[in-house]
Design a protein around this ligand. Structure first.
Ligand SMILES: [Zn+2]
Length: 483
């Protein structure tokens, strides 16, 4: 007799539980269908009228499907009478079966499950909650993830409105704020970076069928973020309403420094990795070093090019970390400096100023930076201000002589500036952080920047999963419990 023919008692029980659950589900479905039919008043409804009613009530249906499937998968856990205390090991008896309702993207899920409490350890636990890996929050992981994703794009209040508009479910801006705070806790450049394999794959895709190794660009730049001081957090005495209208703190623009790696594929840019934070030069250099040491950049498979402004500290680190990279002084920064000098030196003759800028740019494109520097040294300053500008520009070009051969860069296919679509800080920072009236605590700004980097780096799922595993492991109790 074959082994398979033997059906154990346990298997039999499971089968029966499954049948029962199915039957119940079908009954519930019939009730739901009755409900929808009752709501459709027109005899010949349009498709939209139909789908509207289905959409409005679908979570009653899908929520109960989830409930039924839980009941089916966890029949044993639901009937559990005793369990050893997870902390001291003492055998505990169930203290009734309280109900807990959680909210998910498919609707509310109501769980009536045994609950255990250890008097000695003063800790309660529910095996079902643990088996299901529930979040301590009423809103479960799927909702938290959707809310965090929205909040990365639009202000919290708007995210909350959109959430409701699109799903019919509610998610407050307050909770979204908390979730983002916890989600982004302790994020570093490496936690939001793609893996070396993922980057290598993108490089291989761009390289395919091409004669030359693809150009990989590293842009290092900064962008101002409106911040508010920590002291703005405290409350001050006085009549609240009257005082609240006037800000007692002064907002400050602080530089979010960061970098972006991307591939150039003809006219297309293939984003690889971004990291932006309100941080010091040292912190940025450290992050860049972590990327390098983690082996994320396949230097031997690409032609590396670094674009940055004239800041000396940047080039100091670039030389150490990526010694073989082609260095380019950001063309937009450079021409900005030329225009500034022209506006002072030729203030009485703007046309001549424009001519001078154009001629200078043309010389730089021909690799004649030394001639430009010589010209500057011969230039007769119009006044003290112009003299200062001439002196500065001369120093700037002298320090960056090897980085302004734009013609050479262009011929090699290297980009010469980080303007327009290539600007990293625009799509990471500005879009979300620069909103009228929004001043960010540095900590919050950095959380938002990290979250946006994760999204654009394609690592949001991974970051969210890490947060989830951390919360489950730590049994973290959020400040707002189920209410
Ligand atoms: Zn115990």
């Amino acid at each position: 007799m074959g082994h398979a023919a033997v059906i154990s008692l346990e298997e039999f029980r499971q089968e029966r539980a499954r049948d029962e659950a199915r039957r119940e589900l079908h009954e519930r479905f019939d009730r739901w269908l009755d409900q929808v039919e009752g709501r459709v008043t027109e005899e010949r409804p349009t498709l939209e009228q139909l789908t509207q009613e289905i959409f409005a009530t679908r979570q009653d249906l899908t929520g109960m499907v989830a409930e039924a499937l839980v009941g089916q998968a966890y029949a044993e856990t639901l009937g559990q009478q005793t369990m050893p205390c997870p902390h001291c090991g003492r055998i505990l008896s169930a203290r009734g079966s309280p109900n807990r309702t959680v909210e998910t993207m498919v609707g509310a899920v109501s769980l009536t499950r045994p609950y255990f409490y250890c008097v000695r350890c003063q800790k309660g636990s529910s095996p079902l909650d643990e088996a299901l890996q529930l979040s301590e929050r009423r809103k479960q992981w799927d909702m938290q993830k959707a809310a965090a994703s929205l909040a990365a794009e639009v202000p919290y209040e708007r995210a909350s409105e959109l959430f409701h508009e699109l799903t019919g479910l509610s998610f407050s801006d307050h909770i979204a704020h908390e979730v983002v705070g916890e989600l982004t806790e302790g994020l570093t450049v490496l936690s939001v970076s793609p893996t070396a394999e993922e980057i290598a794959q993108k490089v291989a895709q761009v390289a395919e069928g091409k004669k030359w190794r693809p150009i990989l660009v590293l842009v290092i730049d900064g962008a101002d973020v409106p911040t508010r001081p920590e002291t703005a957090k405290g409350r001050r005495p006085g009549r609240k309403k009257k005082r609240a209208r006037r800000a007692r703190w002064k907002g400050q623009w602080r530089e979010a420094k960061g970098f972006r790696f991307y591939l150039v594929d003809g006219k297309r840019i293939v984003h690889l990795l971004s990291w932006h934070q309100v941080q010091s030069d040292k912190e940025l250099a450290k992050a860049l070093r972590q990327v390098k040491e983690a082996g994320l950049i396949p230097e031997e498979k690409v032609r590396l090019c670094v674009i940055a402004d004239g800041a000396k500290w940047i080039w100091k680190h670039v030389k150490v970390l990526f010694p073989s990279a082609v260095q380019v002084l950001d063309y937009y920064h450079c021409s900005g400096h030329l225009h500034k000098l022209a506006s002072v030196q030729f203030s009485d003759n703007p046309e001549k100023g424009t001519e001078w800028v154009e001629a200078t740019v043309a010389r730089l494109f021909c690799g004649e930076v030394q001639a430009v520097i010589n010209g500057l040294q011969r230039m007769e300053a119009r006044d003290a201000q112009a003299a200062e500008k001439i002196r500065k520009l001369t120093g700037y070009l002298t320090n960056n002589q090897g980085r302004v051969d734009y013609g050479f860069a262009r011929k090699g296919g290297y980009p010469i500036g980080s303007g327009g679509i290539e600007s990293a800080h625009k799509f990471i920072g500005h879009v979300r952080l620069k909103r009228s009236g929004a001043w960010w605590y540095v900590e919050r700004a950095n959380q938002m920047l990290a979250l946006r980097c994760a999204k654009y780096n394609g690592t949001f799922d991974r970051v969210f999963d890490a947060y989830k595993q951390r919360a489950i492991r730590d049994g973290k109790v959020p400040s707002v419990r189920n209410t």
